[in-house]
Design a protein around this ligand. Sequence first.
Ligand code: GLN
Length: 205
Amino acid sequence: MAGNQEAQVPRVGVLALQGDFREHLAVLTSLGAVAVPVRRPDELAAVSGIVLPGGESTVMDKLSRTFGMAGPLRAAIDDGLPVYGTCAGLIMLADRVVDGAAGQRTLGGLDVAVRRNAFGNQNDSFETDVDVPVLAGPPVHAVFIRAPVVDEVGPRATAVGVLDDGRVVAVEQGNLMGTSFHPEMTADLRFHARFLDKARAWAAR
Ligand code: GLN
């Protein structure tokens, strides 16, 4: 599957157990990738990168274990597969969760601690601009929906998007990327394009 052709048109997946996976599939397709829903280990084995969508991390956690996806996903993360998590997907990627539900687990891999629902009820959903220097161009217009915040960035991870008040909302660690917000709900597709660059490099390795 790897090779020149796939390096041009990467085949990537979106974890499709729960959440806004359809939006991600549409964005990745619009950027020229072959984007497929992933629900089974054999589907995961056939992609050069995977997006973990927004939704509800507690449900995604339970379903990923019920469907036998948690182990293969963690193995893929350890292997270096490009993975981009948005919102609940960022929680799934985090090594540590503050204020998690009882028994909530994550896949882990990203050396961060995230705090769920960090913006509180009064500020459930909001939009703001986030400066992300690793992306060329203007600040990212970011949509937050019951979003987590990155409380602690460990030595292996890097904060790449920080709000004016200092709260970290975008992180990167090699082939792992996570944002508290939802670029798939906006017209700004630079995070997805960056993820596809990593998927192309993975396919060509
Ligand atoms: N609050 C949700 C959670 O804890 C995340 C919300 C989202 O993905 N928009 O999983």
